[in-house]
Design a protein around this ligand. Sequence first.
Ligand SMILES: Nc1ncnc2c1ncn2[C@@H]1O[C@H](COP(=O)(O)OP(=O)(O)OP(=O)(O)O)[C@@H](O)[C@H]1O
Length: 208
Amino acid sequence: MASLRLEAIGHLFMKPVDLEIDAGELVFLSGPSGSGKSLLLRAVADLDPHQGEAWLGSESRSGLSPPVWRRRVGLLPAESFWWAERVGEHLPGGDAETAKSKERLSDWLAQLGFDLDVLDWEVARLSTGERQRLALIRLLTQNPEALLLDEATANLDPANRDQVERLIHDYRRSATAAVLWVSHDPAQRQRLATRAYVIQDGALVSEP
Ligand SMILES: Nc1ncnc2c1ncn2[C@@H]1O[C@H](COP(=O)(O)OP(=O)(O)OP(=O)(O)O)[C@@H](O)[C@H]1O
């Protein structure tokens, strides 16, 4: 239930950005390859050196420890990182037996086309699209209050893309989460967002 506010956030390739996303609002961000979209999300998540400050409601990022900030402002990177052998090891209560009693987790898995036995799968066998969908579920299990999504549907076919869009929509509504979504897809912007920005010459420009 908090807005996400960027105050003069800048990095090596970008002029400082001021942007406020209301609680429950979804804002799109696009721009040419290499224009600095991912670096901007990483700066907001405090993963790279940068200037400026970010706020979640009235709480500043610098007032919170980095792990707490990153749990509350969840980043879905374009390429997810997996550190354990099996999918379920990356999720709280992520073994198939416990997950049965976790209605939300099993619902999310079903919504994205997985049975509970996916939790026993080895990460090494996951396709790119499976990784992407499971990384989203992993992120949501941490109950983030705001989302930073880096091309969340880039590797998906239209049916899976629609399912992911729906899940993010439902989560945004139920958690009243502010969402900043990097996407190259103008049709996706038309479907989902009321406000969109593009990075041009290192600056954030509002799109009509
Ligand atoms: N660690 C780094 N050191 C130096 N340059 C970097 C580093 N990370 C990214 N860059 C450069 O910064 C620029 C912006 O990168 P970024 O990943 O933000 O682009 P992007 O807009 O997300 O592009 P794409 O749409 O292709 O994903 C690129 O030119 C990239 O090569």
